[in-house]
Design a protein around this ligand. Structure first.
Ligand SMILES: C[S@@+](CC[C@H](N)C(=O)[O-])C[C@H]1O[C@@H](n2cnc3c(N)ncnc32)[C@H](O)[C@@H]1O
Length: 213
């Protein structure tokens, strides 16, 4: 690409995504709700996928929600979810096709950025986190639910299956050290939970803050 930005296109993954997720639905659902609890103001959700989080926002507390997603097939499903929301939610939600590495928003625009199972899949986590930092207001927060690299034997299993897994899971990586990437980008990270979607998918739920000035 001339601008160097990733443009994923995974038609079948987008078509099946909501069904895959049903495998661990009750655990995922509780985590999605925890991730979004208390989110308010001007909000950005990166890599919104098919829009699975939309129904879990407290829309009365949201001023506006910009949801970005670079894959046009995922975005198509997100548009369908938007159409099914109530009038208040629909009036506050805007969908934009864009990767996290190139967010089409001005500096310091958002109070909160949400990243839900996205930093495992972005092409460039450092560049994505630099963009999130740029668009967050001073003192703003990045809400994170992300799966990460395992330790010991399971880490070796992750390495062994990554080529096949990555192909099936539309580029998702099992071996990301996302907490290090977040603190490396300058955020102060507070982890509240360390759930496991499976032995291959240890995860963390947390809030990363941008310094107030
Ligand atoms: C595992 S899905 C998660 C979707 C959604 N956030 C959710 O909670 O269900 C990963 C998402 O990241 C998106 N993605 C891939 N590359 C990306 C990038 N460079 N920037 C932002 N999102 C990206 C994929 O298209 C996909 O929708």
């Amino acid at each position: 690409m001339a601008d160097g930005l990733p443009r994923p296109r995974h038609k079948w993954f987008a078509a099946l995504y909501d069904r895959f997720d049903r495998v661990g639905e009750s655990k995922t659902l509780a985590l999605r709700r925890s991730l979004l609890r208390g989110v308010s103001g001007s909000v950005l959700e990166i890599g919104c996928g098919t829009g699975k989080n939309f129904e879990h926002y407290d829309w009365a507390q949201i001023e506006s929600l910009e949801a970005t997603e670079p894959d046009p097939f995922m975005l198509g499903h997100a548009r369908e979810k938007l159409a099914g929301l109530d009038a208040m939610a629909r009036s506050k939600l805007t969908l934009t096709e864009a990767p996290a590495e190139g967010l089409p928003f001005p500096d310091e625009r958002f109070d909160v950025v949400v990243s839900c199972l996205v930093l495992c899949t972005v092409a460039d986590p450092s560049r994505s986190l630099a963009e999130v930092w740029r668009v967050l207001k001073p003192g703003g927060e990045l809400r994170l639910l992300e799966h990460v690299a395992a330790e010991g034997t399971w880490r070796r299993v992750q390495d062994a299956i990554q080529p096949v897994y990555g192909w099936f899971a539309a580029g998702c990586r099992l071996d990301r050290r996302t907490e290090d990437a977040v603190t490396g980008a300058g955020f102060t990270l507070e982890v509240s939970e360390r759930p496991k979607f499976s032995a291959l998918h240890p995860a963390f739920l947390g809030v990363a803050r941008k310094a107030a000035s």
